[in-house]
Write a protein that binds this ligand. Structure first.
Ligand code: C2E
Ligand code: CA
Ligand code: CA
Length: 814
């Protein structure tokens, strides 16, 4: 039977609530026994652990919270003596008892739940290849059915309007059609439309009628309309698929086989139910031994394993499975409520995959399971047929969304024929995703991406295609909007969907926001790549703008694109001709106003426009991947220059600026090292200025680069300090030698007299033993105040502007 999901869920919940009653009695017994028997406390601890997990999975948040607190209290008091421990945990245990009582007393349906609905809304993205069409005005039923068929390996399309039958057949090219009889109370509408189609000699297609009612008249109408079968609702899905297979002359398509191993029976029931509803064939085991027995007999295509189980834990079970030759390649997926880094790593090694944080929401469970089993079967069938052409795995394993290749293919297809309405590509980029990854870890980062994918998927128009491109970028191919205004409403809705996605991590909740670029196809002469490029340009613009979240590619952007293109050409030419030079701004000691070093700042000696500042070329260079060539040229000029000035004063240092890209691909290090050696410079006289945001963008590679710079012996300065995140823990980890206080701080003090920020920042640098350098000092009072604060060095127009070396040497600076 096409299962009535909410009934089943309600039953499961009622069952769980009864179970909670038993937990309550056990807990009471354990707690009173614990007065004499210390070991009972660890029984309570594992019970609390369980309740924390299953409680949350069944939607009892408070219970889960209280159980978690109780578990933690027991964990933290393990080292205490018996007399001390019982009173210390009595409060949280009583709280847990109270929470259990409260639920088991309440009426089952008093407690709101939404899982049934969640699971019912599940929409699958399938890559399988038998298109079928479902025509039914009952949207929920049709979506549910299509989801079920998807998991049997079909691509089920849904059309709600029976008069659109012809068009839907033309659009989707199905191999079979499932048609409801009844449309809006007209019991024969389905049969009539099909008859009409057969008379207009549409190509013969297997038609399966479905109906809520059953009568001789209806069956006769179905036969006369040329229907091949008549099924009565609620549907028996296995009967339907058997008929489809027979009609399509196919070998049976098996549902995917998934095995779940968890010692908590309540969670097993829940997960089994969710997967079963989505059409999977599921077996469960509540311990490792049972799991191993089942493995051979059931031959699962995926095994979901709970890490924390008494006896043999999940990781051990994983190792045993891997030892078996024949099971060594079964995909494993681990889940756990609390897992340290070491456990996560062990799982990652065994599963070669990510890790599920428990409790997992139904939709995420489905998404993760689906993407893995589908991919597994595709890979296996590719093995068998020796790489059938076109059998590429065009699905993103994390979100189960199609990849960019699919969008490109579809878009090219659409552009080849005249299209109606607005055809557009929408690209969304999550703001600050790198920071989320860095601050909360990439497991959480992955969950964020899955959450966004899911939420967007729920709000797509039916003619839209969603895909994930690269790490935090989502592409939506949209068609059929009547006007640009209608499209914009749609885009706005999608933005809102992401903005309203709150993701909860153990450190609190993270709210999301996006930048969006949109490009609209203007004619059939465009290629998919052109449209995708324009989307990128619009998105780039949106990211750069402080206030805009949605930017449409338009004539202005097109002109800008042209300008940028020409600029890029001349920058490349300029790089070839070594037109990029450095100017030097002296840096002074605050105490004596004597030169202690220089900051090298890039300039472009443009053949026609004269000396240009970095604002004119650095952003584009960063975007077009040219910045490492600039860094290269600057280093090649600056190091010999310092060596030359060292003949005047060997104490001077030279500071130069690095970009994010330099840190990501640190090609400059080799060049720098050999120049330092060639000029016999002391490496500590070279200072590299980097910004916090640049480090945060990719902490992993940044810390490696920092380590190799340190071993080379050069110094590191934190530039523009105070304008970024300034997280203290990062500051500590970066362990820079110098701190450059951004000009805005001095300006703020100058303009308002408010010294708090400036003072705090100087102190911070001092307390971490850094040289503190103030930037942009323009007035004598500013310098006097910096002196008072104990700031060590400064640079600014007050004493010297950035100058060409010959100008510096011509003056009386030294
Ligand atoms: P920055 O590193 O913060 O450099 C300081 C900027 O402040 C310089 O602007 C300098 O001319 C300006 N400045 C110095 N003293 C004063 C003052 O008293 N008042 C005011 N209003 N401004 C002052 P510039 O040379 O235009 O450089 C702008 C930015 O371009 C730099 O900011 C740096 O982020 C970047 N940059 C410059 N050269 C390079 C380079 O070789 N590589 C990379 N990656 N970035 C560079
Ligand atoms: Ca700088
Ligand atoms: Ca700066």
């Amino acid at each position: 039977m096409c299962p009535n999901n909410s009934d089943k869920m309600a039953n499961l919940r009622t069952h769980y609530i009864t179970h909670l009653g038993q937990y309550e009695q056990q807990l009471e017994a354990l707690w009173s026994a614990a007065a004499d028997d210390q070991s009972k406390l660890s029984d309570i601890q594992s019970m609390a652990h369980r309740l924390a997990g299953s409680g949350k999975a069944y939607g009892f948040r408070e219970l889960s919270q209280v159980a978690r607190e109780c578990e933690q209290a027991l964990e933290q008091t393990e080292h205490l003596s018996r007399q001390e421990r019982a009173p210390a945990v009595s409060e949280p245990v009583r709280e847990l008892l109270r929470a259990l009582k409260q639920i088991s007393k309440a009426e089952p349906n008093e407690v709101a739940h939404n899982y049934a609905q969640d699971a019912a809304e599940t929409k699958s993205q399938s890559e399988n290849d038998i298109p079928v069409l479902i025509v039914d005005d009952d949207k929920n039923f049709a979506l549910k059915l299509s989801e079920n068929l998807d998991s049997y390996g079909y691509i089920a399309h849904v059309e709600q309007n029976i008069t659109q039958l012809e068009k839907a057949i033309a659009d989707y090219d199905p191999l079979a059609v499932i048609v409801d009889m009844d449309f809006f109370g007209d019991r024969f509408a389905g049969a009539r439309q099909v008859t009409y189609r057969q008379h207009n000699d549409g190509a013969p297609l297997p038609i399966i009628f479905i109906s809520e009612h059953d009568s001789f008249d209806l069956r006769l109408a179905s036969v006369r309309a040329g229907g091949n079968h008549f099924l009565h609702k609620p549907l028996d899905i296995s009967r339907l698929t058997a008929l489809l297979r027979a009609e399509l002359n196919m070998a049976p398509v098996e549902p995917y086989r998934v095995m779940i191993v968890d010692d908590d029976q309540d969670l097993l029931n829940l997960y089994e139910n969710i997967l079963d509803d989505a059409g999977y064939s599921v077996r469960t085991a509540d311990n490792a031994q049972n799991a191993l027995n089942l493995l051979d007999q059931f031959q699962p295509e995926l095994v979901l394993i709970d890490v924390k189980m008494p006896g043999c834990n999940g990781i051990e079970l994983g190792r045993i499975i891997r030892q078996h030759e024949e099971f060594s390649s079964i995909p494993l997926l681990f889940m756990s409520a609390v897992a340290g880094m070491d456990v996560q790593l062990a799982c990652a090694r065994l599963a070669n995959d990510e890790f599920i944080n428990k409790p997992v929401e139904p939709w995420r469970l489905l998404m993760m399971v689906k993407s893995r089993v589908v991919k597994g079967r595709q890979l296996r069938s590719m093995d068998r047929v020796l790489m059938t052409p076109g059998a590429d795995v065009a699905q993103d394993p994390l979100t189960a969304l199609p990849k960019l290749v699919e969008v490109r293919r579809t878009l090219n297809g659409l552009l080849q024929q005249p299209f109606e309405g607005v055809l557009a590509v929408i690209k969304m980029d999550l703001r600050e995703f790198h920071s989320i990854n860095n601050l909360y870890g990439h497991y959480f980062g992955d969950e964020v991406l899955q959450g966004v994918a899911w939420r967007l998927g729920q709000h797509l128009d039916k003619d839209s295609m969603l895909s994930r491109e690269g790490s935090d970028e989502f592409l939506i191919l949209s068609q059929g909007h009547s006007s640009q205004k209608a499209l914009d409403e749609y885009v706005r809705k999608l933005v809102q969907v992401v903005n309203q996605t709150d993701m909860n991590s153990e450190h609190g909740s993270v709210s999301l926001s996006v930048d969006v670029g949109v490009a609209i196809a203007t004619d059939n002469n465009m290629t998919a790549d052109e449209l995708l490029d324009q989307t990128d340009i619009a998105l780039f613009k949106a990211k750069a703008a402080k206030d805009a979240e949605r930017v449409y590619f338009d004539a202005e952007l097109k002109a800008e694109q042209k300008y940028r293109f020409t600029l890029e050409q001349s920058i490349r030419l300029g790089l070839d001709k070594q037109e990029f030079v450095a100017v030097y701004q002296p840096i002074f000691s605050v105490a004596e106003r004597r030169i202690v070093g220089f900051e090298a700042l890039a300039r472009w000696q443009h053949p026609e426009r004269g000396l240009l500042g970095p604002g004119e070329f650095i952003p584009l260079m960063e975007e077009r991947g040219l910045i490492s060539r600039l860094t290269e040229q600057i280093i090649s000029r600056v190091v010999p220059q310092l060596a030359h000035w060292h003949t005047i004063n060997p104490d001077w240092f030279m500071s130069l600026n690095l970009s994010a890209k330099d840190i990501q691909t640190p090609v400059f290090i080799n060049n720098l090292t050999s120049l330092i050696h060639a000029h016999q410079l002391m490496p500590e006289k070279i200072v590299l200025e980097i910004t916090e945001s640049l480090l945060l963008a990719d902490w992993q590679s940044a810390s490696q680069v920092l380590a190799s710079l340190r071993s080379l012996g050069v110094r590191v300065a934190l530039d523009d300090f105070g304008t970024g995140y300034s997280s203290l823990s990062y500051l500590q980890r970066i362990n820079a030698d110098k701190l450059k206080i951004d000009r805005s701080f001095i300006e703020h003090w100058s303009q308002t007299g408010d010294a708090r920020l400036l003072r705090a920042t100087v102190r911070l640098g001092q307390s971490m033993n850094m040289d503190v350098i103030a930037e942009g000092v323009e007035k004598n009072e500013e310098l006097a105040f910096l002196k008072q604060l104990g700031c060590h060095q400064y640079q600014g127009f007050l004493s010297a502007r950035p100058m060409l070396p010959e100008d510096i040497e011509a003056g009386d600076w030294f």
